[in-house]
Write a protein that binds this ligand. Structure first.
Ligand code: ARG
Length: 412
């Protein structure tokens, strides 16, 4: 197919002026500024996270347009150079998105047009902001899932180390918040290592789902131009190309929900650990001693060493899990195709990653300096904790379980 315009087309200097704060869509009449503000919402801030990923995808897209002979080699190079400049500006916190630009995608394109004129205007060939935001989110999520996996694997190691150190230290196990049977401090910590290993498997499966290239599906119905979608898939290192354009659009939010569900599982395990640590470090238990460096004081009670860090770990589950519900609530009312509603699935995803990553990091630090009072743990294993063992000793001597149980129960 012949390119829709000659690749040597020169920039018209006038265009640079009119495009300064232009929207990506044609404006038919003036709009109330409050509409801009309302529809942009938090995008000018949130999209700062996505700008580097949009630039990466745009570079791959430009190379694909070059291969399709839509743009020249020179234009591709110029676009790539400018996109890399934007990427480093964004990473250094120097890229600004003006509210009237709506979002990061528009801000990037406006800058390309301002700097490069005509070639900047060609980058949007064969794509829409709908697949543009999708691809940026997929690349962002892939990175963040990898960061989460690395941090979590480190935490698993810390827990395994505690498991080994305290393998033979006794402590009571509890059911219904009452002493139940003897267990070991080491096995207590290993319970969390095992839980997080399952979470790592969930992360791997969310990563696999997310690892599909949406670029080139445009608004959700493809483009009337022969484009090589496999090329951008390869360039961006995606596992596969997401083929059906409409489903690609419909999977926005669905993948975010899966990711947030998985992150909620991580947070659920960490909140349980946090609650246990708060409880077991109370004076009344004294099993664990929280590192003082990670405790906070009180403005009125000089003796206090409060576990605020662990309390915020506990509450952070709510932030992540409610994000999952927020995405599901937005999705459940939507028919096929793109709808602006989807924009609001971005914030819970970004917040979900932020809270989970920070929480994993701080829990790892606390555990790294946690001390265990083995004596208190052992002394808490009072006689009744061994009642079930006494029963089984009788069973070992050939007494029927029910009879043995009744016999021992008379002692307590
Ligand atoms: N900021 C928008 C979002 O996150 C980008 C896509 C806008 N697309 C559109 N058709 N209005 O959804």
């Amino acid at each position: 197919m012949s390119p829709p315009f000659p690749s040597s087309q020169k920039a018209n200097p006038d265009d640079r002026r009119t495009l300064k704060t232009m929207k990506l869509w044609r404006e038919k009449q003036g709009r109330d500024a409050r509409v801009d503000e309302y529809t942009a919402g938090n995008d000018p801030v949130l999209d700062l996270e996505l700008v580097p990923y949009d630039c990466l995808a745009s570079i791959a897209h430009a190379r694909m347009l070059r291969a399709a002979k839509v743009i020249s080699a020179g234009e591709t190079l110029a676009l790539e150079k400018e996109l890399r400049t934007i990427m480093s500006a964004a990473r250094a916190g120097r890229f600004k998105i003006r509210p009237e630009e709506e979002d990061g995608h528009t801000a990037i394109e406006n800058r390309l047009v301002r700097r490069l004129g005509g070639s900047g205007k060609k980058i949007h060939t064969a794509r829409s902001r709908n697949d543009q935001v999708l691809v940026a989110l997929r690349l962002y999520s892939r990175d963040k899932l990898d960061e989460t996996r690395t941090a979590l694997a480190r935490l698993v190691e810390t827990l395994n180390r505690l498991g080994k150190t305290y393998r033979s230290a006794r402590m009571p196990g509890y059911t219904h918040a009452r002493k139940a049977m003897p267990y070991s401090v080491g096995r207590y910590f290993r319970a969390f290592a095992d839980a997080l290993k399952d979470d790592l498997a969930l992360i791997a499966s969310a990563r696999r789902l997310n690892d599909q290239n949406p670029l080139g599906t445009a608004a959700g119905y493809g483009v009337p131009l022969a484009i090589d979608r496999e090329l951008t898939t390869r360039l961006l290192g995606f596992r596969k190309t997401q083929r059906n354009a409409l489903y690609t659009q419909n999977s926005r939010g669905k993948f975010e929900a899966v990711i947030l569900f998985v992150l909620s599982q991580v947070m659920l395990d960490l909140q349980r650990l946090a609650h246990d640590l708060i409880l077991f470090s109370m004076d009344e238990f004294g099993f664990f001693i929280l590192p003082e460096r990670f405790c906070t004081g009180s403005s009125i009670m000089p003796q206090k060493k409060n576990p605020d860090v662990l309390e915020l770990v506990r509450a952070s589950l709510a932030v992540v899990h409610s994000g999952y519900f927020r995405v599901m609530e937005i999705l459940k009312g939507l028919p096929s195709g793109y709808h602006r509603d989807l924009q609001l699935t971005k914030e819970p995803l970004i917040l979900g990653f932020k809270h989970t990553l920070k929480t994993i990091g701080i829990v790892d630090l606390v555990l790294g300096e946690l001390r265990v009072d083995k004596g208190k743990c052992r002394r808490a294993c009072t006689e009744e904790v061994y009642a079930a063992e006494q029963v089984y000793r009788l069973v070992g001597k050939g007494i029927a379980f029910r009879d043995a149980y009744r016999k021992i129960s008379r002692l307590y």
